[in-house]
Design a protein around this ligand. Structure first.
Ligand SMILES: Cc1ncc(COP(=O)(O)O)c(C=O)c1O
Length: 344
């Protein structure tokens, strides 16, 4: 089976498992797991920040960030297709008691004039606008990179308007590899950052919230409240250390394969795909109106290819550490045969 549904589907390699097996561990709720501590220090340093906190998921690191940046009844400005808004089960209303103001965009970059208009006047019957959330790379826009120029402008804008900034950097690794921008440069512009080990880096579990000492110590308390104290978590943190040492540099080949795949399927009748829009490891393509996306996905599954339908007759494919050239070619063949079986 070729699985292009997501970069979250990867299975740890033999070497990663071996590295995890021999990790030194201790009770992390006492702060005594040496492997967790090494990972936290390393990721904080990579982003040029004071501290980091290992948590079970990207959802938890986003939600902890939101918790430490806001107070109840605040409002946060976020792109309309952002993961935090779209897929995190209304957690902001439950954990932080805040609401979002959503702004649609072409590629994840909300126009600054629209953000300006969204800021609430300082009158008691309005919520207080507290922060702006950015997602880089942007999942629902197809792995698009938020440009560093935009991020710089937005930071200045936020400083001028007293707003805090959070980065959902589940795939910041892909943005870093695609642009060459150092991770610590991203660190300059955000108050809090969430990064995932379980996407392009290929670890089985884990994310980190990265920030200053004060915010991380508040987040530590909230991690415990949410049941995220994980005791001998060094076994999992070891996978993250292994992934940073070995898998980060492999992300470039995911990007190349995505581009190769996009160019090939753009040639297939019944499929609309723009290879130029492929910036990282995701390729989104649209099916001919005569082909229903869920039937197409089912037929591809029968032929050995797993795909995700994302609405509007569009399919998302994601390239990751377990997809090689042969599998990409196989996927192209299956898509060609399947679409022809519908159009014949
Ligand atoms: C952009 C983005 N942010 C956050 C998450 C949440 O990560 P997790 O599934 O570990 O909660 C995801 C998951 O796919 C994601 O794509």
């Amino acid at each position: 089976m070729v699985d292009l549904r997501s970069d979250t589907v990867t299975i740890p390699s033999e070497e990663m498992r071996r590295y995890m097996m021999y990790a030194q561990v201790g009770d992390d709720v006492y702060g005594e797991d040496p492997t967790v501590n090494i990972l936290q220090e390393r990721v904080a340093e990579l982003f040029g920040k004071e501290d980091a906190l290992f948590v079970p998921s990207g959802t938890m690191s986003n939600q902890l960030s939101l918790k430490v940046l806001t107070e109840a009844a605040d409002e946060v400005i976020i792109e309309a297709d952002a993961h935090v808004f779209y897929y995190e089960t209304a957690a902001p209303s439950v954990i932080s008691n805040v609401q979002f103001f959503t702004i649609p965009s072409e590629n994840g970059e909300m126009p600054l004039e629209k953000i300006k208009r969204a800021i609430r006047p300082d009158i008691y019957y309005f919520p207080k606008t507290k922060a702006v959330f950015i997602e880089n790379t942007h999942n629902r826009h197809g792995g698009t990179v938020i440009s560093i120029e935009y991020i710089k402008e937005l930071r200045k804008f936020c400083d001028d308007n007293g707003l805090l900034m959070h980065l959902d950097g589940a795939r910041i690794w892909n943005a870093h590899i695609a642009t060459g921008i150092p991770l610590n440069e991203y660190g300059i512009y955000f108050d809090t950052i969430s990064v995932c080990l379980s996407k392009g880096l290929g670890a089985p579990v884990g994310s980190l919230m990265v920030s200053d000492k004060q915010k991380i110590s508040k987040a530590l308390k909230w991690r415990k409240i949410l049941g995220g104290g994980m005791r001998q978590a060094g076994i999992l943190a070891a996978a993250g250390i292994y992934a940073l040492d070995n898998n980060l540099r492999l992300i470039e080949s995911d990007h190349k394969l995505a581009k190769y795949f996009a160019k090939a399927i753009a040639e297939i009748e019944g499929i609309t795909c723009s290879p130029d829009s492929v910036q990282t490891n995701m390729v989104v393509f649209k099916l001919d109106d005569k082909v229903e996306d869920f039937k197409f996905v089912n037929e591809c599954r029968k032929r050995g290819l797993l795909l995700s339908s994302i609405g509007d007759n569009k399919i998302r494919t994601v390239f990751h550490i377990q997809i090689n050239q042969l599998m990409a070619d196989n996927a192209i063949d299956i898509i060609y045969e399947t679409i022809n079986s519908f159009l014949d």
